[in-house]
Design a protein around this ligand. Structure first.
Ligand SMILES: Cc1cc2nc3c(=O)[nH]c(=O)nc-3n(C[C@H](O)[C@H](O)[C@H](O)COP(=O)(O)OP(=O)(O)OC[C@H]3O[C@@H](n4cnc5c(N)ncnc54)[C@H](O)[C@@H]3O)c2cc1C
Ligand code: FES
Length: 228
């Protein structure tokens, strides 16, 4: 884990999302599913973002502008600088026979990097509109559905080794269908490295920090959100 001040090398629109590229400098991209804390200009706390792409001397983050921190990040321009801390948390286990990537909405953010590391396995992606589904172009070999069709409806009977990231209802539905799935969960995070307990969740009946124990857990691990 390192903290570096890095430059923005590119900002692209992908449907409603922004792909923010920063030069990697001395940072290690880590493993797919790990995340970085990005300084959000004008905000006190950094925001956690998954690595979307790690190539050509850059790290790229796919960001959904849903609030003040993500809006500030999406407003950055080429040449501006921000503090970047990471890689943080546990990534996906990659030693698998039949990987199948499953993503919903902005939950597809870690999948391009994951797909690249796994050699382009099949993927099933779900979005709320055709506009949001433009982000599917970042993930090779993807079958795409738009609401009211959900990713669980496209899941084959024997889905193989599922690796998923998406909204909580999608992860809960997958957990019920695929007990061995690897699921990337989210919780609001203040520090990202285990110091503040802001991301505490109940895992198998014990209070744990999702930034340290996760964000990737197996479906067999019983996670219950707790209010801080
Ligand atoms: C490990 C991890 C990786 C992430 N990767 C990405 C990514 O690649 N791309 C991306 O766009 N977003 C990602 N997120 C979510 C992103 O960090 C939040 O959307 C962002 O911090 C919101 O900040 P804000 O100031 O824009 O909005 P806020 O005003 O902080 O939040 C807006 C609303 O979203 C809720 N919220 C905020 N953060 C979370 C959260 N983590 N879980 C559930 N609800 C939340 C708030 O309670 C509020 O209702 C990730 C989160 C985690 C924990
Ligand atoms: S975000 Fe601070 S302990 Fe997890």
């Amino acid at each position: 884990m390192r903290l570096e001040r890095r430059s923005v090398t590119g900002v692209e629109q992908v449907g409603p999302y922004t792909l923010l590229r920063v030069d990697v400098g001395g940072l290690d991209a880590g493993a797919p599913g790990q995340f970085f804390m990005l300084e959000a200009p004008g905000r006190l706390l950094p925001r956690p973002m998954s690595v979307c792409l790690a190539e050509a001397g850059e790290l790229a983050f796919l960001i959904d502008p849903i609030g003040p921190g993500t809006h500030a990040l999406c407003s950055l321009e080429r040449g501006e600088e921000l503090h970047v801390l990471g890689p943080l948390g546990n990534g996906f286990e990659l030693d698998l026979e039949r990987p199948l990537l499953v993503g919903g909405g902005i939950g597809i953010a870690p999948l391009p990097f994951l797909s690249e590391r796994l050699g382009g396995p099949p993927a099933i992606l779900g979005f709320r509109s055709d506009w949001h589904a433009e982000a599917a172009a970042l993930v090779p070999n993807a079958e795409v559905c738009v609401e009211p069709v959900y990713v669980t409806e496209l899941l084959p009977e024997d889905p193989g080794d599922v690796l998923a990231c998406g909204p909580e209802p999608m992860l809960v539905a997958l957990r019920a269908r695929v007990p061995d799935a690897q699921l990337a969960w989210e919780a609001p995070m203040a520090c990202g490295y285990g110091a503040c307990y802001g991301c505490a969740v109940e895992i198998d009946g014990e209070l744990k920090r999702l930034c340290v124990e996760g964000p990737v857990l197996t479906a067999r691990e019983d996670l219950v959100a707790v209010s801080n």
